[in-house]
Design a protein around this ligand. Sequence first.
Ligand SMILES: NC(=O)c1ccc[n+]([C@@H]2O[C@H](COP(=O)([O-])OP(=O)(O)OC[C@H]3O[C@@H](n4cnc5c(N)ncnc54)[C@H](OP(=O)(O)O)[C@@H]3O)[C@@H](O)[C@H]2O)c1
Length: 275
Amino acid sequence: MRLLVTGGSGYLGAAILKRAPATCELAATYLAHSIAQGNAAAFRVDVRDADAVNHLFDEFRPAVVMHAAAQMTGDQMLAVNGDGSRNIARAATRVGARLIHLSSDVIFDGEHAPYDESAPPNPISPYGESKARAERVVLDELPRAVIVRTSLIYGFDPLDPRTRQTLNGEMPRLFTDEYRCPIFVDDLADALLELAQHEFVGVLNLAGAQRLSRYEFGIKMANAFHAAPRFTGALSASYPGRRPRDCTLDISLAQKTLRTRLRGVDEVLQDLPGF
Ligand SMILES: NC(=O)c1ccc[n+]([C@@H]2O[C@H](COP(=O)([O-])OP(=O)(O)OC[C@H]3O[C@@H](n4cnc5c(N)ncnc54)[C@H](OP(=O)(O)O)[C@@H]3O)[C@@H](O)[C@H]2O)c1
């Protein structure tokens, strides 16, 4: 399988490249950071640049594309996540590639959890709006795309940036009333790789099986590292902007569709050697 991973220099992209079977012929894109995995042909491509995207697709001719490139902050979120995703979907359509697009649980307002795949997006943050727009443009261009909605991505090798900041004391307050379904990056990467060869099309929730507040999640990670928590619990109302409160995703469709198990945090920590 010829697999193209956009955002190969990012946290999820790197895990997909690392866990891809040796039978995959891999290409990956980066923008500002290099790609650590040496098993992929690396292309520096800005997804906002339609010509560059088309050139890449013509050169590599992927059978499957995992579109993980995105920006979570800044004034380019709409351009990168919205227009960039349209460029990727158009190019995938042109070369007949299967597209797996990475979306997020923050496309929801957080007031109507749990969300299954039929739940209508209603973002309340600029990042959520950009990811909701990305879903719309991808499905407009390529109705047979797969839209994967996922939650907080964490892992240990390497440590994900959010957990690193939490353990370092760079996130001094974690919300006790904001709920997510954190997903272990290896489980997510394996599920995506299974999906690559699956006939499923449409929207699919891929999140961890355990709903946790951000504070509970932080405590579990601190305990796993035998570290004293360097944060306190806080209510999300103390945050100056709007944040979705409960983005719990219903993963029953994924559990019926895929062999890969989407474990909860407790199960992942129990299974990890040395923890
Ligand atoms: N992390 C989470 O907890 C989480 C939760 C829900 C959904 N998601 C979604 O999952 C996907 C992967 O997330 P992640 O945590 O792996 O993100 P990440 O670590 O921040 O990586 C983002 C990637 O996007 C690339 N990128 C940014 N702007 C670009 C542009 N204009 N053109 C081309 N590439 C660009 C970055 O390249 P450089 O670094 O080389 O610049 C990097 O490879 C994203 O779609 C995200 O929205 C993530």
